[in-house]
Design a protein around this ligand. Structure first.
Ligand code: SF4
Length: 182
């Protein structure tokens, strides 16, 4: 199994996750007020995840560890010594693109499990799911680098991705007259 070291790439896991779903995705810029609200909600979710884990006997390893274009929200050491990495979302409903993004934080040795969390739940991602996402990431990166012209028109409308997209050439862009996300 080949692990795609997405954390070493210039494309962030957040963007890559969306491009895995729709290669033509273009991230819309954040409005300043939206950013503040997002940061506040995210901080609250992080605190809830932290509290839950400490109650279960986990030790905090790092918080908001930053790298080039990414940030690992939380990592813990379990009572049995396993390293757990948590991708925390403020969203009440966790969708497929959230799972894909979390799976991209797996870096192999030294990372025993990846968990997608919000204020209410912690979902441990199965290993086979992580490997399947890594494979899709590898294929998507090949498409983006070797065939960008094809990637730019490889539209795959999904509401959870389209709502933050700014690809003005896409017929499925919300607000476009031919928009019909399913
Ligand atoms: S609006 Fe178009 S380009 Fe953007 S994610 Fe949706 S289908 Fe893809």
């Amino acid at each position: 199994m080949t692990v795609v070291h997405t954390l070493r790439l210039r494309i962030s896991p957040s963007i890559l996750a969306r491009k895995i779903v729709c290669p033509a995705y273009v991230a819309a810029p954040f409005q300043k007020n939206d950013r503040f609200l997002f940061q506040a909600l995210h901080a609250m979710a992080v605190l809830k995840v932290l509290r839950r884990h400490l109650k279960l006997g986990y030790r905090l390893k790092s918080i908001e560890k930053r790298g080039h274009g990414f940030r690992i929200d939380l990592s813990f050491i379990s009572p049995s010594g396993r390293i757990r990495v948590n991708e925390v979302k403020s969203a009440k409903q966790l969708g497929e693109v959230h799972r894909i993004q979390a799976a991209l934080y797996y870096w192999g040795e030294g990372c025993d499990e990846v968990v997608l969390s919000n204020g209410d739940v912690d979902i441990v991602l199965p290993e086979d799911y992580i490997y399947a996402v890594q494979k899709r990431a590898h294929e998507t990166l090949q498409l983006l680098t070797q065939h960008p012209d094809i990637a730019n028109v490889s539209f795959n409308p999904k509401p959870e991705v389209c709502r933050t997209c700014a690809n003005a050439h896409c017929p499925f862009l919300p607000g476009n007259s031919r928009h019909s996300c399913s």
